[in-house]
Every structure is written in structure tokens, then in C-alpha cells.
Design a protein around this ligand. Structure first.
Ligand SMILES: [Cu+2]
Length: 368
């Protein structure tokens, strides 16, 4: 909504605080309103990332990426890169946040075994709904996160077991049909059927082990088998405010950091963070090298393609004047980011979690 509390709708207008007391700016023709937001579909993914030509790599690297890039990343047909999303000022956006990451981080030479059963998507500068779109557990807010598929399965197992034991007393009814049927994890509508990355009969395999989540994890929880059975997507909404200065120029939000707020001490050093850049209102973005349109809804449904580098112009390559000085503010953008730490192993070292050599015996032993 705008700064007078009015709902912003696509094609409609809104009023926003100006640079002086009592002053408002009227903005016309909202491009992505609350009724039809800009949509990004992102996934949290664990993969063995190689960092340099010497083959330094990290097998439990966790990154954010768009849905339609997940297959190519796992097939090594696409190089991993930090996820850079873009919005224009005055855009309302919806982010579909999917968790495909194991529910535990396993001990290695850098960190101890840590539960990573829930992941949030906590964005910094845009407006969001504190009670339902914070992507964390701040203040009054309960955990606004997305369970790991492994945690969904473990909870289903626990609920079914409790009901089994308390059958004679008051079992919790199945919320989907009010019966006493046990709960069953579902295949994710996109990732559960991603050919080559999940078996096609994971629900059947769940039934084969009698709904025992531990037995299921041991036999079918490996990467590329049925590790994503029960994967969830939660929705977050953002709004990119204008920031008018005293001269009436909208400077925009600029660079926005977004990350997981529920296991940050573990994830901060594993690469699980992304960036949302705010561009001038109404601008269009293309890839710097290929000229290909970014956020191309004709080509993709996940808000892609995206890249860390872009050409920012007005629609159809026309000039864009951000500060009303009569000059073209079109520009090239290169977003560089660096982290203080990155765990890495030398080539051919610590391959334990890679599918080819993974067996139940090789899972790291954890003593409690
Ligand atoms: Cu934060």
C-alpha cells in the first residue's frame, strides 16, 4: 500500500512521502500492484560447489537459486553464482521460497553438526508484513520459515506414531479428510517430479518402509533419490518503497541483503544469502554480455533469467531520467559481493556427501 494506506493496484496510482513535511508525491501507473505482483520462485539448494581452477570445493555449500536453474546446477551445466534479484521502485513482489536442503548440517573440519530443519527468507529494506512475511522469528512473530523436507517427514512420522499409541484415547484427526488415516508426505508439484533429480515413486517408497522417517532417510534420502519428498514452499511479499530527497529525487532502496534468519551462524559461511537490487521505476533489465532480457515472463515462470550484471535502461532501451536533469541515466550494473569466510576442501578431499560415494555407512557418525 502507499503512504496513505491505500492498496496499490496494477495500473493505479499511489501517494508517497516527499522530502519535506506534509509533502506527498503522486505516482501514476503502478506496474506491479498487490493484485498482480512481480513473482520470483527461489529454492534453497545444497550442492558441491567448486570455487577455482585448482578444484577447491565444498560439499555442503548451500545457495539460493531460481527454480528453473536447479536442474542445470545439479547437472553441472550451469555455474553457481550468487543470486541477484531485481525490483523496480513501486513494485510489489511475491517470493516463493522453497526449501530443498537437508535438515542437518553434518560435522566437518569447520563446523559442528547443527540442525538446519527450517530456513527463513528474511529480506532487509523493502516493506513486508512483520507477522507473516519476515522470514525469521523476530519479536512476536512465530517461526516464519520453510521446513526442510526431512523435517516434514520426521514430523509426519511423529504425529502418526503418537496417534498409533493413543488410538484408544483421542487421536488427532487427519486434517485433510478428518479421518484417522495416517499422514503421508507429498511430492512437491515442481521439484517432486523433476525428472532425473527425484525418483518417480517416492510416496510408494515411503509406504514400503511403513512411514518410518529414519528408515526412509537411510534408504531413499540420498541426493537425487527421494530427498525432496515433502518439500515445502512458503510465500513472502515485498514492496519497494521510494526514498525522495529534499530535491524531489527518488533515490530508491539500492542494495538489499536477504538471508536465512533461523540458522544464520551455520549458513552465513556456507553461502546461503542473496541480493535484491532496486532499479529506477519502470526500468528494463538485460544481460550485459548477451543482451538477453532478464525477468522474461515469456521464457520462464520463475522470474529468471537473472544475473549479477545487467544493462539498466527504460523500456525498449530508451533513455531513463532518474533525477530530472535531462540526461540519460541508463547504465551498466556489476554487483560484486565477497564473504569474510568460505569453507573449502582441496580437490578430491572430503567427498562423503556426494551421491556417487554416499552409502549409509559413510554418513558421519554423530554421538549425542
Ligand atoms: Cu538479517
Amino acid at each position: 500500500m502507499d503512504d496513505k494506506g491505500k492498496l496499490l493496484t496494477t495500473g493505479g496510482d499511489g501517494e508517497f512521502f516527499g522530502g519535506a513535511t506534509g509533502k506527498f508525491f503522486n505516482v501514476k501507473s503502478i506496474e506491479f500492484g498487490a493484485d498482480k505482483p512481480r513473482v520470483y520462485r527461489g529454492a534453497n539448494l545444497q550442492l558441491d560447489v567448486v570455487f577455482n581452477k585448482l578444484g577447491y570445493h565444498y560439499p555442503q555449500q548451500r545457495i539460493l537459486t531460481l527454480w528453473e536453474d536447479v536442474g542445470a546446477l545439479l547437472d553441472k551445466k550451469r555455474s553457481p553464482e550468487p543470486l541477484v534479484l531485481r525490483m523496480n521502485t513501486f513494485d510489489c513482489a511475491m517470493y516463493a521460497h522453497t526449501n530443498l536442503i537437508p535438515k542437518d548440517f553434518y560435522m566437518d573440519d569447520y563446523q559442528i553438526t547443527t540442525p538446519t530443519d527450517v530456513i527463513g527468507q528474511h529480506i532487509h529494506l523493502p516493506k513486508w508484513d512483520l507477522t507473516a512475511g519476515d522470514g525469521s522469528a523476530n519479536g512476536w512473530n512465530y517461526e516464519d520459515g520453510t521446513f526442510s523436507p526431512g523435517m516434514v517427514r520426521e514430523r509426519i512420522h511423529a504425529i502418526n506414531k503418537w496417534n498409533e499409541i493413543h488410538q484408544a484415547e483421542s487421536p488427532v484427526p487427519n486434517p485433510y479428510n478428518n479421518s484417522s488415516d495416517p499422514l503421508v508426505p507429498k511430492a512437491h508439484p515442481y521439484f517432486g517430479i523433476l525428472a532425473g533429480h527425484q525418483e518417480s515413486d517416492c510416496v510408494k517408497l515411503w509406504n514400503v518402509v511403513g512411514g518410518d522417517s529414519k528408515a526412509f532417510d537411510k534408504q531413499y534420502g540420498m541426493p537425487g533419490v527421494c530427498d525432496w519428498l515433502g518439500a515445502r514452499t512458503t510465500l513472502q511479499r515485498w514492496f519497494s518503497d521510494p526514498i525522495f530527497n529534499a530535491g524531489g529525487v527518488n533515490r530508491g532502496l539500492g542494495i538489499t541483503f536477504t538471508h536465512d534468519h533461523l540458522g544464520p551462524s551455520t549458513h552465513q559461511q556456507l553461502g546461503l544469502y542473496a541480493t535484491m537490487l532496486t532499479e529506477p521505476a519502470g526500468s528494463l533489465w538485460r544481460n550485459n554480455e548477451t543482451g538477453e532480457l532478464l525477468y522474461d515472463t515469456a521464457a520462464r515462470k520463475d522470474g529468471g533469467p537473472t544475473s549479477w550484471q545487467a544493462i539498466i535502461t527504460n523500456k525498449n532501451g530508451k533513455a531513463i531520467d532518474v533525477d530530472s536533469d535531462g540526461k540519460d541515466d541508463s547504465h551498466r550494473e556489476f554487483f560484486l559481493q565477497y564473504g569474510d569466510f568460505q569453507h573449502a576442501y582441496q580437490k578430491d578431499h572430503f567427498m562423503a556427501l556426494i551421491k556417487k560415494v554416499l552409502s549409509n555407512q559413510q554418513l558421519p557418525k554423530v554421538s549425542v
